[in-house]
Design a protein around this ligand. Structure first.
Ligand code: ADP
Length: 535
């Protein structure tokens, strides 16, 4: 017990560590309290130092006894605080009715009350005070006495006003933002909701404020943030785009795609986040439309190429059919002679006829595949097969035009992950252009090359001995509708470029030693070793 005594009586010298060592039992503490209760003077002094004024009112006489500090708190001499009506006059007129109601209730029912009000101090204007008091009722139900404390809450009101101004400022920004915006806290609860957001989600702000924002955008997952974590400078500044498109839901449950930008707002108290919600429905629709149009253009261009190749291909198809016709005729003759070796000979001839039928069937298949619209479909395709199929379409009848074709295939260039028809379209475009360029040339050599190159790519080259790219269009060669041909559309090269780039490759042209044009393009193989090892 003496240890406690020493500790309490010499308050200024007791460190926290000392006090924590004291072995305190409940009995000890209450006896120490009793012995060291503050005297009325000490109590008043303590209250004065804390800026808390005390007062009491005798209802019988209406006399108020106010402490020294009341002078400071109310800003008038103590004498002016002795009368209830005089005190009332100091209170801001706007706050009088509310105050009167609280006091009257306390006078009727007794007990503790509290109210905040402003006083008008002659010297320094308006100040906020908090008054806490108690009314003691007598047996008759009439008040015996009233007493209480009054202290300044200016600091608190100033902080509240600053917070309100801050929130108001934020709200006014939200009101004017062209995007739908909301402010959320660290728990993802919605704090504010802009009018544009109300329109977008079909919710009123009051319906969603306080609720988790994930009811609107369930897929939203912010990086976990500590409640009192202060965002880094960059984080506190401009809103950063959150990756990807998310699905948002309107009040009626309908969904729509959105992109979010998130910015952090930090204050002493907490970290809030502004979310700018960008409805990308229209954008996605436009992109889908654009893709649809592009697919259509690619298809139309293929059809047009097909139309131009039709006669050469009809001729190509005619060859196996003629062969079948003459082979079956020969077969008939062999069997008619009925010699000993007739059957094995006829069988051999029929086998040859069957092969020709297959060849014709293959031509028809290539034609059909090339013309079909089909969805974009990427598969692992052998480079060699692509080259052969494309050449058989584009180079039908080339021999008759005196075009010689050299094909050099790198066996290491095996599989590429592509849409077969689209890559064939590129090859057909390039081969046909080369062929057409050489129509007037003395030397007509078309060289096709495949190579497996570094970075898991395959490079395909279509080189001719024509006059080369006309100087006047060289700069715009890959632009749409650039053509030097009387019936050309000028879409072959731009479409080829689009297709190759969509596959992750590059397409370009070079002059070659023969004065002709060499077009090259690259395509990625699926993964490490695909170009060389896969079968
Ligand atoms: P189009 O063949 O309908 O003209 P392209 O986009 O395929 O459309 O080609 C555009 C132009 O590029 C051609 O008109 C031609 O002038 C030029 N060009 C394309 N390939 C070659 C080539 N191998 N040699 C010379 N010029 C070429």
């Amino acid at each position: 017990m003496h240890v406690i005594d020493a500790g309490i009586s010499d308050k200024t010298n007791v460190s926290k560590a000392d006090v924590s060592k004291i072995d305190v039992s409940k009995a000890d503490v209450s006896s120490v309290w009793a012995a060291h209760d503050l005297s009325p003077e000490e109590l008043r002094e303590t209250l004065d130092e804390a800026g808390i004024c005390t007062w009491s009112l005798d209802p019988a006489t209406g006399i108020v006894v106010a402490s020294e500090t009341c002078q400071k708190v109310f800003g008038v001499p103590r004498a002016q605080l002795s009368d209830y009506a005089a005190i009332l006059a100091l209170i801001h007129p706007d706050d009088r009715p509310a105050r009167a109601e609280i006091i009257n209730q306390a006078l009727r029912e007794g007990g503790v009350y509290q109210f905040d009000c402003r006083v008008l101090r002659a010297r320094d204007g308006v100040h906020w005070l908090r008054s806490r008091g108690r009314v003691q009722l007598g047996a008759s139900g009439r008040p015996l006495w009233l007493r209480g404390v009054v202290f300044s809450i200016d600091d608190q009101k100033r902080a509240e006003a600053a917070l309100r101004a801050h929130e108001e400022h934020l709200r006014s920004i939200l009101q004017t933002l062209p995007e739908a915006a909301m402010v959320i806290d660290a728990d993802n609860l919605i704090r504010s909701f802009s009018p544009k957001a109300e329109r977008l989600f079909c919710y009123k702000a009051r319906e969603v404020v306080g609720r988790p924002m994930t009811i609107l955008i369930p897929g939203y997952a912010r990086e976990p943030t500590k409640r009192r974590h202060r965002p880094k400078r960059a984080e506190g500044g401009r809103a950063a785009k959150a990756a990807g498109t998310l699905t948002a839901f309107k009040r009626d449950g309908s969904s729509f795609p959105v992109e979010l930008s998130v910015g952090a707002i930090s204050s002493e108290a907490e970290v809030l986040f502004t979310l700018l919600v960008n409805d990308v429905t229209e954008q996605e629709k436009a992109e889908a439309q654009l893709q649809e149009l592009q697919a259509e253009l690619i298809h139309v261009s293929r059809l047009s190429a097909m139309g131009e190749m039709a006669s050469a291909l009809a001729h190509e198809l005619n060859q196996p059919l003629c062969a079948v016709s003459s082979l079956t005729g020969a077969c008939e003759l062999i069997l008619a002679r009925d010699g000993a070796d007739a059957v094995p000979r006829a069988r051999a001839v029929l086998k040859e006829a069957a092969e020709q039928v297959l060849r014709a069937g293959q031509i028809v298949r290539r034609l059909r595949d090339f013309v079909l619209r089909g969805d974009l479909e990427r598969r692992l395709e052998p480079v060699l097969d692509l080259m052969i199929d494309a050449a058989s379409l584009a180079l039908a009848g080339a021999k008759e035009q005196g075009v010689s074709v050299r094909f050099s295939h790198d066996p290491k260039a095996k599989l590429i992950l592509v849409d077969r028809v689209q890559i064939q379209q590129v090859l057909v475009n390039l081969m046909r252009n080369a062929r057409e360029a050489m129509l007037e040339a003395a030397r007509r050599e078309l060289t096709l090359t495949t190579e497996a190159i570094e970075d898991h790519m395959v490079r395909i080259t279509v080189s001719d001995t024509g006059p080369g790219i006309p100087g006047e269009i060289a700069d715009r060669l890959f632009e749409t509708f650039v053509t030097t041909k009387p019936t050309g559309m000028g879409v072959g090269l731009p479409i080829s470029l689009t297709i190759v780039e969509a596959h992750g490759g590059k397409l370009w042209v070079e002059d070659n030693e023969a004065g002709g044009a060499t077009f090259r393009f690259t395509l990625p193989v699926m993964s490490d070793g695909d170009a060389t090892d896969a079968t």
